[in-house]
Design a protein around this ligand. Structure first.
Ligand code: FE2
Ligand code: FE2
Length: 170
């Protein structure tokens, strides 16, 4: 991005870059959380949900691309070392050491709610001041909301399935 283009932004670019690098770190952790969770997952509806989790993972990776490209356009440096992800991320990385599907989904759900908060903050911070970053943040926010909704639906379906099985046993 040209120097003038950065100067005309009515915004604290340093603060915005910090927020974007935190978001970038969170995206990589979310990517791996989904990807490895899908690999180790066990339990009801696994064959249906596994490809969906891998799709979510690929969408998180695409968010990382959008955020990293914007950091570079703003004259910043995207986080260069994976160890920094843990330092900068506000969202936890939950090791999926219990492979049961509901536990994995719950871990991913927490990550989505954390991401929703992050992009809401970036969207609010850039509103009316940096239209390009604002548009990126609202686009990603829309996908994170869809992800949260998908996971909530799967949890509902699994619970319903468990209820039906309980009725059959009675
Ligand atoms: Fe994301
Ligand atoms: Fe997501």
């Amino acid at each position: 991005m040209g120097r003038q283009a950065i100067q005309i932004l009515d915004i604290d670019v340093g603060k915005l870059l910090d927020m974007l690098n935190a978001a970038l770190s969170e995206e990589w952790l979310a990517y791996y959380q989904y990807w490895i969770g899908a690999k180790v997952m066990e339990g009801p509806m696994r064959s249906e949900i596994e490809p969906e989790l891998l799709l979510h993972a690929s969408q998180e990776l695409n968010h990382a691309v959008l955020v990293a490209d914007r950091i570079i356009q703003l004259g910043g440096t995207p986080v260069l070392h994976p160890l920094k992800w843990f330092e900068l991320s506000r969202c936890n990385y939950d090791e999926p050491n219990d492979p049961y599907i509901e536990v994995i989904l719950d871990q991913n759900l927490k990550g989505e709610r954390c991401a929703i908060q992050r992009y809401k903050e970036i969207a609010d911070f850039t509103s009316g001041k940096d239209h390009t970053t604002h548009q990126i943040a609202t686009t990603i926010l829309g996908e994170e909301l869809e992800h949260e909704n998908d996971i909530e639906d799967w949890i509902t379906d699994i619970n319903r399935m468990k209820e039906e099985l309980r009725k059959i046993r009675i």
